[in-house]
Design a protein. Structure first.
Length: 327
């Protein structure tokens, strides 16, 4: 083969290799651009889904608040036979349309939830008042722990932890009135939710899980909240009195199914069980705090939340959202 022919073959080979390299580079760049665009589109979709879930959840909370307000206008007591206590099963939001779909294709938005009386559970903030543990409340919490077969010594530890993180009210002059101040020398943060018990020595994840359905942490200004005798479990009811057994508490639970308490809880319990109960026990027939559990599923996205709704003590027909937390 002549030398010029060899050179021309070599040049064509280099040109082919160069063309392949340029083609590969172009394909790589285009693929990278498409991938980045897909990531951006997915990110925008996720943000849109998050906003839509938030708005649906806000609507669900407004609906729950409306039910609680309607119940308060009709009754001056709260029990498990009222509409608010009926859970919402999985419900398709048929009127919701995504990406321009028709209503028949919009069945991927599903809402479910329930309302739980927060005062059916023991308020841990009752364990301390003005930065000092309350002996009667500690004794009641010990009884609750005993009914749940948990170490009763945890009551003292929990009360001290709450007292250490609780602000105190210091009296000043008549012109300034009482003032709330931080407890000096305490580096303990206030307890905001039941899981905060994990920071208290002796509490384990298993113990906290067992307590989840029996205790709650209500806002500090709602301390000394009474237990609702119409909604509390037998264990919580029995813990309210030092002379009420768990078996007798179960009898009270059965009694209220057909005849909920409207007033004078201790008196009606005494008549049924033929014994006297302390009139100073923190127990009553009504509630001001409710936990709203909500779950939304939208295609690949899901949102689980729990919210606390307060009905003001001086206006049971009103309501306000205290906090919203994702689970």
């Amino acid at each position: 083969m002549s030398k010029p022919l060899q050179m021309r073959c070599a040049q064509r080979g280099v040109a082919v290799v160069t063309a392949l390299l340029l083609t590969t580079l172009a394909v790589t760049i285009v693929a990278s651009l498409f991938w980045q665009q897909q990531v951006q589109v997915r990110s925008i979709e996720n943000q849109r889904l998050q906003l839509q879930k938030d708005w649906i959840m806000r609507g669900a909370l407004d609906w729950a608040s409306m039910i609680l307000r309607a119940s308060a206008r009709q009754f001056n007591y709260d029990h498990l036979g009222q509409p608010w206590a009926t859970p919402l099963a999985d419900t398709r939001l048929d009127q919701y349309a995504e990406d321009g779909k028709s209503a028949s294709d919009a069945g991927d938005a599903i809402l479910s939830g329930s309302i739980i009386d927060a005062q059916s559970r023991y308020n841990l903030n009752n364990l301390s008042l003005n930065g000092n543990p309350v002996a009667d409340e500690v004794a009641g919490f010990k009884r609750l722990l005993g009914f749940l077969r948990l170490p009763t010594s945890l009551a003292t530890a929990a009360a001290q932890a709450i007292a250490d993180g609780q602000p105190t009210t210091a009296s000043t002059t008549a012109s300034t009135g009482p003032q709330t101040v931080a407890k000096p020398g305490s580096g303990t943060l206030p307890m905001l939710q039941v899981n905060d018990l994990l920071a208290v020595p002796g509490f384990t994840p298993d113990i906290v899980r067992k307590l989840q359905d029996y205790v709650v942490v209500l806002p500090p200004d709602a301390s000394a909240t009474p237990i609702n005798a119409n909604t509390a479990s037998a264990e919580v009811l029995a813990a309210c009195f030092d002379n009420l057994s768990l078996a007798e508490a179960n009898t009270v639970v059965e009694m209220r199914r057909t005849a909920p308490f409207r007033d004078n809880v201790q008196g009606r319990m005494g008549e049924r069980l033929n014994k006297a109960f302390s009139p100073t026990a923190k127990i009553g027939p009504a509630s001001n705090f409710f936990l709203v559990y909500g779950k939304i599923r939208m295609g690949r996205a899901a949102l689980n939340t729990v919210s606390l709704i307060r009905r003001p003590a001086n206006n049971r027909a009103g309501s306000e959202i205290v906090w919203i937390r994702e689970q």
